[in-house]
Design a protein around this ligand. Structure first.
Ligand code: HEC
Length: 144
């Protein structure tokens, strides 16, 4: 009994090792942006968060400036990640941070954007979980 369970442990150990090794070895195309983005999906980008964020963004006030689905509007840039004005990498954490603090007038990069973005996207009532949800949705816009 003892011996066979030890053997089992060893077998499982080897299987885990082999799986891990396969995972880390780069398949052809691993360097493509698609693969890199898929691998780096943040933990908070869950289907539930994305759905809640979609509703908050497109029925709330984000879309008034950023356009429905974040395609961009006269007052604020598109959020598709083709060109970030404020964010450096477009990471999930950066999105949470900028939505939380907003963009004061002095920091606006494109002068055609007349109105600053208020803290919490201009909606003081947004809770931290709601900001995480809206950020999860915004993250998907540049990681499709
Ligand atoms: C009053 C208009 C307004 C509203 C409402 C608003 N924003 Fe913004 N947002 C801006 C402006 C202006 C900028 C900075 C653009 C610039 O630098 O030219 C910005 C920047 C951003 C950026 C960084 C974009 C980049 O290119 O780096 C993100 C992400 C963002 N907003 C998300 C949101 C979310 C999510 C909401 C809703 C919770 C929201 N915004 C609501 C006006 C707005």
């Amino acid at each position: 009994m003892q011996k066979s369970s030890l053997l089992q442990d060893v077998a499982v150990g080897i299987a885990v090792f082999v799986l891990a090794a396969c995972h880390s070895s780069k398949p052809v195309g691993a360097g493509s942006p698609m693969m890199a983005k898929a691998a780096a999906k943040p933990a908070d980008v869950t289907p539930a968060n994305v759905a809640m964020g979609d509703s908050l963004f497109n029925r709330g006030n984000c879309q008034r400036c950023h356009g429905l689905l974040g395609v961009g509007g006269t007052g604020a840039p598109a959020l598709d990640g083709k060109k970030w004005l404020q964010l450096k990498t477009g990471s999930y954490d950066e999105i949470v941070s900028i939505v939380t603090t907003g963009v004061p007038a002095a920091n606006i990069k494109d002068p055609t954007h007349k109105n600053p973005m208020g803290a919490r996207g201009g909606r003081a009532a947004l809770t931290d979980p709601q900001i995480k949800a809206v950020a999860a949705y915004v993250w998907t816009l540049s990681h499709q």
